[in-house]
Design a protein around this ligand. Sequence first.
Ligand code: NDP
Ligand code: 2IT
Length: 448
Amino acid sequence: MDKYIESVIEAVKAKDPEEKVFHQAVTEVLETLEPAIKKFSKYKENAILERIVEPERVILFRVPWVDDKGEVHVNRGYRVQFNSAIGPYKGGLRFHPTVNLGVLKFLGFEQIFKNSLTGLPMGGGKGGSDFDPKGKSDSEVRNFCHSFMLELNKHIGQFIDVPAGDIGVGAREIGNLYGMYRKVTNKHGTCVLTGKGPTYGGSLIRPEATGYGTVYFAKEMLKTIDEDMKGKVVTISGAGNVAQFAAEKCIDLGAKVITMSDSDGNIFDPDGIDREKLAWIMELKNVRRGRIKEYAEEFDVEFNPKSSPWGRKCDIALPCATQNEVDKKEAQALVDNGAIAVCEGANMPLTPAAIEIIQEAKVLYAPGKAANAGGVSVSGLEMAQNSMRYFWSREEVDQKLHQIMVNIHQTAYNTAKMFGEPGNYMLGANVAGFLKVADAMISQSYLM
Ligand code: NDP
Ligand code: 2IT
């Protein structure tokens, strides 16, 4: 590895030794930047790598809230404002017990390059809390969201930082967060959050955007080998926002989705999850907030507790749950079972060893920062619509989303080819995302 790159990675590890997933994300990106760093001396001369791995600002705060019994609890809230070279910080909020600074730094770092790839003027950020919404009542979630926003409102704004949803933060949470934002600031704010409901400024197609976008990206990759989605067998992990709409688009395009999962395990439906069964899952997950195991009982299919769906024979795998959910062994199983494409709906779902196996086997591999960029893209379109004080129809937003995903695919594909590794979407996405942000940082001086 290039000595300069190696020294930056080593410094990141030495500075915050416990932030393992952040090290993983930094290593993956920086390693693939080697041809660009070698070709253009300006990045080293301007210490771009040293600067890009350090967040511009981290906000850490106390979130006290009261449960239904009147007991007070305290969680920790964060917002990592990572890079604003090309636009206001933009990225989701994650509420999950595993959230810590290292996790949010990994997500914020990924977001810089993802947002750059969308072509829209958005910097990178991420936030959230170790609060666990699972098992909490609507009023407990509301109380938590209100307390979280009582602090967060001081740090966000349309020209500063625009949060949205991620794991554990969906329509219900965004509604509560936005309500409190308005209450404290006495203004709508042109666009201070995205993923809002359609009745108060949200964009149509935002809920669908990440899942749809992932499948649009998969479709573009398949085109390069004269294949399409029709008739393909697809395994999906997760049963949340991304997984649900990835499944919907697969069904629309004539593919057969045979698995979905949550943290308790996965269901295997050999006949395929059809539209009606998917509507049932959406009601289960979004309204009743139940467990995927109930699907197995309802439709009399297999439920595999605490296991992943990656051992199943499939053509296309769409990991849509969480980071590092596909390890070496599971990647090998995908290869052995003849998968032709792995497209990441989640952020960093494949371990580095899994990526190596998939790439070596010449299976098409789309990294999350390219494949799941549809969500933040439509967030960007929500910001645009709010600024115009206007809205676009479902068809218009979907068509723009589709075009953005086609463009991201083309950019990643062409960049990989230009740097001598055709078909390496990971390299293409990382380099293309990086070049724009790095050049913007250089143009705006060393203070950036
Ligand atoms: P949701 O909270 O809607 O759903 C998450 C799903 O993943 C649930 O089924 C959940 O199961 C499962 N899951 C979460 N953590 C784990 C875990 N540790 N082990 C096993 N399963 C787990 O989140 P989203 O669908 O929004 O997010 C899914 C992924 O997509 C994340 O990586 C997120 O960062 C990424 N992403 C999301 C975008 C968005 O717009 N929402 C945009 C781009 C990427 P359970 O309920 O049991 O926890
Ligand atoms: O990981 C992501 O891109 C998101 N969670 C969506 C971010 C956003 O601002 O819409």
